[in-house]
Design a protein around this ligand. Structure first.
Ligand code: ATP
Length: 691
């Protein structure tokens, strides 16, 4: 078939599909506004369908795969799109949803005449691929067609043309979906079974965040009815990042998934009984100055987030459970005695796996019921005797220990019962804060954990949990989240090479993986980086070069400008930043440009200088809820997770980045998609020695 006839065929097919979608959309009609429940339910379904059709209407599909099921079936063309569309009357599939089992061929097939297979609900299906075609549709017009495989013909060497085109585009201030170019190694993760805790170690720009979001969309499709969006939750490092990723799920037709930070979620769970303090001061403390390894190891976050402290918390809860049932008999009326052995038996046998305070509640109710029934049986009607008995009952129940999470947590920092591993100074300071209802970020995981052990989760358990930037999580945080699921189902992603919060996070994935049984976990590595050009990735790889156990990122073959490394005199520094930023702006086409500084203080200074030079830029600070694109100034530690068309590293001098700061500089440089310029004052950092 010639290119011309292929184009014609596809144009006709596209026209037919678009008309069908238009007809179906028109038939849906206006929303129901009445009170009939059945009608309301039907309307919800119609709305769902409408949403899917609208997504399909924008860009009906992006790929085609011609598949012949064996043995000997006919060759069927399958069009793959964001949302499945079937013909109204015949139910013939016009577009296959990208998440459908057969669509996996589009992502996993890399050429060759051999038979291939995919997993369907009825078992493995075998067949031959005859054609793999990428189609670019914009505004319902076919603008591009590339065949990456035609059976029986020489292999076309253009497999990655579409990917390169997508990667070469400039980006705005939002992360995008990648359904049309998901890569094989990413697809494997997205389609993994649900009842696993998947750990994904991926280099900067390997698509971890994007893949995790696509995985949610896949799970909702694959386990429709068994997994629900409102019972899924995404944990991201900060609110600005949440805003940055907020477009992807709606683009994939998925709504209602909770997206939060661990701190916000914890405070809500604790019903705002405590107030969070010190988050910004902590960032300033750890990032505005250099620290030794020893300081990092002794950091409060490490101590309170580690396994040893958790063991102490567990022991404290166990002790509470052991001593909760009263040891003294209950005698509401002289001669009427409820023995402690009976109470203990009720407590130990009747309430099984329930949370500790719930068990207490049930025990108290049971004692009350016993009291009422005994008084009835004994026909105790005398008002005075009854009133006295009631007072005794209340006093007895009041003595059964009752704690809120902050109260129990506080016992770990006071008097004889204080924790053995928390240094005295830290314990004193924590106790004083707790008295005022104030906590630091590292107190949240133990508090939430205690709360969940004491009271359980007040809402349904989560069907799936996504944790982004998980290298910054402590084992205790994961232990707390583990309590929110009956069967673990999580996607835990991060990059140890970007582990800049080592005062609280982990050094090895095993620290988190070890919390689950081996059969419950899966581990994936993503080493290909899709964000940056080859030149940028090679530069960034050299920064980490000297570090132990580093896996260099493998670039996609996308070449751009060389990275510019430029010395600048102290007195010229701010002017040069302004000049460089202006030059990048004037290049045109770059939608997002960022000046990345070492500290927040440095960024404030740069921002003020840009403003004085008449250059409009936004200053990104730690409390910021959003980021609007354009030109921004941001400290390296806040740039994590984001990306910009062009990055200017404000100062990579030896004073700003010592050898211990490799990860931080790596984070900064790997934010750049297309252009990277690095200025330095004085001697360059040993991490970026000029060639
Ligand atoms: N298969 C793909 N097709 C097109 N673009 C992709 C693909 N995979 C990743 N990308 C792009 O690469 C960039 C990086 O993706 P993402 O932010 O998800 O990576 P990450 O691994 O979470 O990065 P980091 O750890 O540096 O924050 C995004 O612009 C994303 O759209």
């Amino acid at each position: 078939m010639t290119v011309q006839s292929a184009l014609q065929e596809e144009q006709q097919r596209l026209g037919m599909t678009v008309r069908e979608i238009e007809t179906q959309l028109a038939a849906i009609g206006p929303a129901y506004t009445g009170n009939d429940f059945t009608e309301q339910m039907l309307d919800l379904q119609r709305e769902e369908r409408k949403k899917r059709l609208e997504i399909a209407y924008k860009e009906p599909y992006f790929g085609r795969i011609d598949f012949q099921e064996l043995p000997g079936n006919e060759v069927k063309p399958l069009y793959i799109g964001k949302a499945g569309v079937a013909k109204d009357r015949t139910n013939e599939l016009l577009v296959v949803d990208w998440r459908a089992p057969v669509a996996s061929l589009f992502y996993s097939f890399t050429g060759g005449d051999a038979a291939v297979t995919y997993d369907s609900p009825d078992g493995e299906v075998e067949g031959h691929v005859h054609l793999k075609r990428n189609l670019m549709v914009r505004q319902r017009e076919l603008v591009r067609l590339v065949d990456s495989f035609t059976r029986g013909q020489e292999e076309d060497a253009v497999t990655d043309e579409f990917l390169l085109y997508r990667l070469g585009e400039n980006k705005d201030n939002r992360l995008r979906d990648i359904v049309s170019t998901i890569q094989q190694e990413q697809d494997l993760i997205i389609r993994s079974e649900r009842n696993k805790v998947l750990f994904i170690q991926g280099v900067a720009g390997s698509g971890k965040t994007t893949v995790a979001l696509h995985r949610l969309a896949f799970l909702l499709y694959q386990y429709a009815g068994r997994m629900r969006a409102e019972r899924m939750i995404i944990f991201a490092p900060n609110r600005m990042f949440l805003e940055y990723i907020s477009g992807v799920l709606p683009e994939l037709g998925v709504g209602d998934i909770q997206q939060t930070t661990f701190a916000d979620w914890s405070l809500e769970l604790l019903e705002h009984e405590v107030a969070l303090r010190g988050a910004e001061e902590q960032l300033a403390y750890w990032f505005e100055q250099s620290h030794t390894q020893e300081e990092l190891d002794r950091a409060p976050g490490r101590l309170k987030g580690g396994a040893a402290f958790k063991a102490e918390v567990d022991e404290r809860i166990a002790e509470l459970e052991r001593t909760l049932a009263p040891a003294a008999p209950f005698e509401p009326v002289d001669g009427l005695v409820l023995k402690p052995e009976t109470i203990l038996e009720w407590f130990n046998t009747d309430y099984g796996e329930e949370s500790v305070m719930r068990k207490r509640e049930r025990l108290a109710s049971r004692i009350r019921r016993w009291f009422e029934s005994e008084l009835k049986v004994r026909r105790i009607a005398d008002k005075k005797v009854r009133a006295k008995a009631l007072t005794r009952l209340n006093a007895y129940i009041k003595k059964i220990p009752s704690y809120t999470a902050p109260q129990l947590y506080a016992t770990l920092f006071q008097g004889k019962t204080a924790s053995a591993i928390i240094p005295k100074e830290l314990a004193k300071e924590t106790a004083a804060r707790l008295k005022n209802g104030e906590v630091y970020p590292e107190d949240l995981a133990p508090l939430v954990y205690i709360h969940l052990r004491l009271f359980g989760l007040s809402q349904p358990m989560y069907d799936h949990i996504v944790i982004d930037e998980a290298q910054d999580y402590s084992p205790f945080q994961l232990e707390a989240l583990k309590l929110c699921q009956t069967i673990p189902s999580m996607t835990v992603l991060g990059d140890l090479q970007q582990g800049i919060h080592s005062y609280t996070g982990i050094g090895r994935w095993q620290e988190l993986m070890g919390l689950f049984g081996e059969e419950q976990t899966g581990f994936f590595e993503l080493n290909r980086s899709y964000r940056s050009t080859m030149e940028i990735i090679e530069f960034a790889n050299r920064i980490l070069g000297a570090m132990e156990g580093v896996k260099p990122a493998v670039p996609v073959f996308r070449s751009g400008d060389p990275v510019q490394l430029q010395a600048v005199a102290d007195n010229e520094w701010l002017d040069e930043i302004a000049r460089s930023a202006k030059a990048l702006e004037q290049e045109g086409g770059l939608q997002t440009i960022s000046v990345i500084g070492r500290t927040a203080v440095e960024c404030e200074m740069i921002h003020a200088h840009l403003a004085a030079a008449g250059i409009e830029a936004s200053l990104i600070q730690s409390k910021q809820p959003n980021y609007n694109g354009g030109l921004s100034v941001v400290p390296a530690y806040l740039s994590k997770g984001l990306e910009f068309d062009a990055v200017l590293i404000a100062d990579a001098g030896a004073e700003a980045y010592g050898k211990l700061d490799a990860k931080l500089l790596y984070v900064g440089c790997t934010r750049a998609l297309h252009k990277l310029k690095v200025l330095y004052r004085g001697t360059p950092s040993p991490l970026v020695q000029p060639a």
